[in-house]
Design a protein around this ligand. Sequence first.
Ligand code: ADP
Ligand code: ZN
Ligand code: ZN
Length: 735
Amino acid sequence: MRPHIVQVALPVPLDRQFDYLIEAHHFPVVGGRVRVPFGPKSHIGIVTGFKHQSDVPTNKLKPITQVIDHEPLWPQEMMELIHWCAQYYQYPLGDSYSIALPSALRKGKAATHEPVQVWSITDAGRDQLAAGNKRAPKQHSLLEHLSHGELNHAQLSEEFSSAILKTVQDKGWIQQDLMAQVMKPWSVNGTSLVNDDDKPQLNEEQAIAIGSINAKREFGCYLLQGVTGSGKTEVYLNAIEPVLERGGQALVLVPEIGLTPQTISRFKNRFNVPVTVVHSALNESEKLNAWLDAKNGTTGIVIGTRSALFTPFKQLGIIIVDEEHDSSYKQQDTLRYHARDLAVMRANKHNIPVLLGSATPSIESLYNAERGKYHHLALTARAGNALPTTNQILDIKGQYLEAGLSGSLIAEMRRHLDAGNQVMLFLNRRGFSPAMMCHECGWTAECQRCDAFYTYHASSQEMRCHHCGSSRRAIAQCRECGSHQMVAVGVGTEQLEAKLNQLFPDHSSIRIDRDSTRRKGSLQQALDSITQGKHDILIGTQMLAKGHHFPDVTLVALLDVDASLYSSDFRAAEKLAQLYIQVAGRAGRASKPGHVLLQTHHPEHPLLNSLTTQGYETFAQSTLVERQQAMLPPYSFLALFRAEAHDADRAEQFLRQVRHIFEAHPIFARQSLVLGPTPAPMAKRAGKSRWQLMLQTEHRTSLLKLLASAKPAINMLDLASKVRWSIDVEPQDLV
Ligand code: ADP
Ligand code: ZN
Ligand code: ZN
């Protein structure tokens, strides 16, 4: 007998699935969407299975309203991956499915390419073309274009105006049709798969790395550690090549800021296969088309940011995660997944290789490599003729600073600029100054809603809170004493830029931060103008640190890293080390040697010394030892509970109750630990008080068991519906 009950995962914040009746004319499929009634509303959900019986009496079950998909949206492995992800990151399954889907599908659109407008030439048009027409060259060219076959309106309209198209159409020479897109797997017609023109001769380390990755087709995780410019991308390309040769597809994940046209064109130029790019700036139908192209096998390579991890493929053959240590791989809200970790999981399910690349691998990945879970591959030399950089720590204790610049740094800048090179300065703080203070009484303007000072933005004469986004006109008078002597305290990129224009009037500076690149396309424009040599001084936040190649930069300076040396977040040192190495990698990529300067009040700090004299490897080794001694990840597993409420007591009380639930739990053995509740590092934000509670276990399985079995009790707490709370499994950011 055909099962008559279907189990559906719905995007509702409940940790369970729902049963519905299947009526005779409905044929739902597992992994496809259905529309179902839910309370007074209707929802779109994913079918996860069929049943003969439900816990709910049959006469209480409602029938599904509509079957949207007659084929699964995801293959079985993806369904399993999303289930695992929902369970591991403690997020409702239906919501997790929803997040994994492109928004068009979430809303119920058909999982097919939208038909496109195509133009073709008519018989009359062919006659006309043969006859030739010198007086209307544009019309002639249009006919010529179409004589080789039909073309999409989108492609054609780049070259021909709609007026021309209309004129020629009216003459009956061309016609327009709406065509469903044919979706067939990509293939290389006539040309060869690989463009050999730009393919360099591999060096020995590259050859060894590629040899071991390509030695087998099954699952294996490879950690490719290579300094910037050592030729990691070349290894990626060579690892993808045999996959494409077999007719397979590749998924390449890049950090949010790393998705540059330069990166994309390297893949496009190497292979004669369609390359699809997926990122948050695509519109809804572009995202859907990209998703479908991957699913149907019409594209060979998908390059995308974090969420591209959920793209289904017809025949996925390899996954590459570039800059695997990058924190943008971790989603910071809703489904708090880590795309790198899921990529490894996904590769395992598909039984294909996964390649994690970085100049500065995460401590977690190095640990896995050390334990033999990952194969460790190294590229130690810079490819081509790039020279290694030199480092220097600048002690700024007691020194006079001009907008954060020490005299020695200014002198060094001058030397490099005089030699006709570019200089790059890093300061991870945007705005003019991070605070405004009264010079007479010391009162500092603070956001009313957050536990934070207002940042002063001189260009707009505003004070902005970088935590809740609120802003107000910059105040000219002290609230406390009425003095008019309000002064800007501390230095942000805006102030630095202004100062540099004064100090180096003959050298153009450009600033790259979230304020200066708000407009769509402006980041790319700025990067292009830097590459074209229009600017000598580049100022940026860490936005500038990643992925971009600036061959004429010979001096890089970090202006202020001291806050990271004494942070409450145990990962702060790791992040600083990674930033430092990445930043250093910006310099001297061509034949010009690079120099890196680091300003600090703590020149004796062991972290800075080991980084500048011994490099990342030594830093990572000592960090592993420290983490082990402190029982911190990767030697333990964490789940962070965050709670916030207008009423501070409520948030704290809720977490106190959560703590009791864990402590009373039979699994809560000696190896588990619960810390808190404590106020969050930013104790107030957007008007709400924030608290947190940390659960720590020695093993991953005990963390999951504990969370899974405690969660129903937590959900039952009276306060659970009165405070805003979340669970972050393996949190990356503790603030
Ligand atoms: P990474 O990804 O590690 O930063 P890239 O792959 O971008 O490094 O390589 C840096 C530069 O060196 C690129 O211009 C690349 O074309 C070049 N390159 C890579 N491998 C080789 C090689 N074996 N011989 C010569 N040049 C190479
Ligand atoms: Zn005052
Ligand atoms: Zn605020």
